[in-house]
Design a protein around this ligand. Structure first.
Ligand code: MLT
Ligand code: ZN
Length: 454
């Protein structure tokens, strides 16, 4: 072990190998405090060559690795279990000049989403993925988890933004495809294989990313509704009539009440509603009028408020965006992230409270999500020792609705034992064959995606 640490120090420099427990601690627990473990040491390489050398040394010693970006993941995939070397990629924070002609940019795995957005906007473009953890979430983590967020409706998830990757494989080999060609049918698409692989097939070190037009005209509406069915009806109208539709986020009365007390916000409307839909429109010109016209003509709208100035948009957005923080401030939740076909969504929403109550009486359910993708974030507070039972009950319920046990957060360690609820035995067998082909010794993120024993 000390020999390994010595060799790692030679690669990255003494100060970038953290052995002291106090220095390791911030890397060993996730920000929601749900996952914690111990790493042999934390290694902080500066570039791809150092990552490759670190991986090769660990592979030579047969020592497993855990890969971590901004530590904002929600399924424990970046948290060690005890025997691993943890590679933190935050020092790979270089970003190349924006290629305006191609509308692309190459960014290091450690570039934060916020810095990427700032960089793209300075060149008159924008990045298509946005999510609340933008100040810490990194490009490498976004790629490894195929992150989604609030603009999937308009631009798709990370998969749709990545034109190429550079990655270090389990034996230290570097594979690189950063030319960003719009068309390239020369065999297997290794880039797409690595996206969403949660660090189990390779360590992403750089990404070639597609950029989108920078849209300065923006308007946001917060709408009060009577039911999930009404929210879906309004979504359907919005998709039909609002060419600039950029986001449609759903939340419910309990969650909005929690956010209000956490953030000190006033009630959004004179009357309380069971369901709220946050609609965002974006275009080269101000889309406020088309949004107001749509809402005025939609019978299902109970009440609505619209803002187009930045402060007003942020104020309305907070009712939705502060859900994660408000829940975390209230306790350590069971966090589930599921999706079902849209026509199944109302019945799933109706069945969640009795399902949770049956296994964890008195637990508090907070649900919100990305309506267009049928993606609900199911958070359960005060489940006590019943967290596994809650997870099992909710994920089985989702499976009966032909849904996914992880819509956008990934499988990680948290959901590995439930993978077969979403994937057939044949699919899991192929996935294991791919893992065997690229990481035969099982050194990259062991226990992530596939449960250790099963
Ligand atoms: C969200 O959309 O709010 C995120 O996926 C984070 C979360 O579920 O807590
Ligand atoms: Zn989300």
């Amino acid at each position: 072990m000390s020999d390994l640490v010595e060799r790692l120090r030679e690669i990255v420099g003494d100060v970038h190998v953290l052995v002291d427990p106090d220095l390791r601690a911030p890397y060993e627990t996730d920000w929601t405090r749900r996952f914690t473990g111990t790493a042999r040491c934390v290694v902080r390489p500066a570039d791809t060559a150092e990552v490759a050398a670190v991986v090769a040394v660990c592979a030579g010693a047969g020592v497993p690795l855990v890969v971590q970006g901004g530590n904002t993941g929600l399924v424990g995939a970046g948290i060690p279990t005890g025997s691993e070397v943890l590679i933190s990629l935050t020092r790979l924070a270089g970003v190349e000049p924006v290629d305006v002609l191609e509308s692309q940019v190459t960014a290091g795995a450690g570039v934060t989403l916020e810095n990427l957005q700032r960089h793209a906007r300075a060149a008159g473009l924008d990045f298509g993925v946005d999510l609340a953890a933008r100040s810490a979430a990194t490009v490498g983590g976004l790629v490894a988890t195929n992150a989604g967020g609030i603009r999937v409706l308009r631009y798709g998830s990370m998969r749709a933004q990545v034109t190429g990757l550079e990655a270090v494989l389990a034996d230290g080999t570097v594979v690189s495809r950063l030319s960003g060609l719009a068309k390239d049918n020369t065999g297997y698409d290794l880039t797409q294989l690595l996206i969403g692989s949660e660090g189990t097939l390779g360590v992403v070190t750089r990404a070639r990313l597609r950029l989108v037009p920078l849209l300065s005209g923006r308007a946001v509406a917060l709408v009060g509704l009577a039911s999930t069915e009404d929210a879906l009806a309004l979504l359907s109208r919005a998709r039909d009539r609002l060419p600039g539709l950029a986001a449609a986020e759903v939340c419910y009365a309990d969650g909005v009440a929690l956010v209000r007390s956490y953030a000190g916000l006033p009630a959004p409307f004179a009357t309380a509603f069971p369901v709220y839909l946050l609609i965002e429109c974006a275009g080269r010109t101000d889309p406020t009028d088309e949004l107001v016209d749509l809402l005025g003509a939609a019978g299902e709208v109970g009440d609505a408020t619209v803002a187009s100035d930045p402060a007003g948009r942020t104020r309305l957005g907070t009712y939705r965006e502060a859900h994660t923080e408000a829940v975390s401030a209230a306790g350590i939740p069971v966090k589930l992230d599921v999706s079902v076909p849209l026509r199944e969504l109302p019945s799933l929403v109706a069945q969640l409270p009795p399902t949770v109550d049956a296994v964890a009486p008195g637990a508090r359910l907070v649900v919100w999500g990305h309506l267009n993708e049928g993606n609900l974030h199911v958070n359960v507070l005060d489940a006590g020792a019943r967290g596994t039972e809650v997870t099992d009950a909710v994920l089985n319920l989702v499976a009966t609705h032909r849904g996914s046990i992880s819509s956008e957060h990934g499988v990680g360690r948290a959901k590995a034992r439930w993978l077969t609820l979403s994937r057939s035995p044949a699919e899991v067998a192929v996935m294991r064959q791919i893992k065997m082909a690229l990481d035969p010794a099982g050194l990259l993120n062991p226990g992530v995606l596939f449960s250790m024993g099963g």
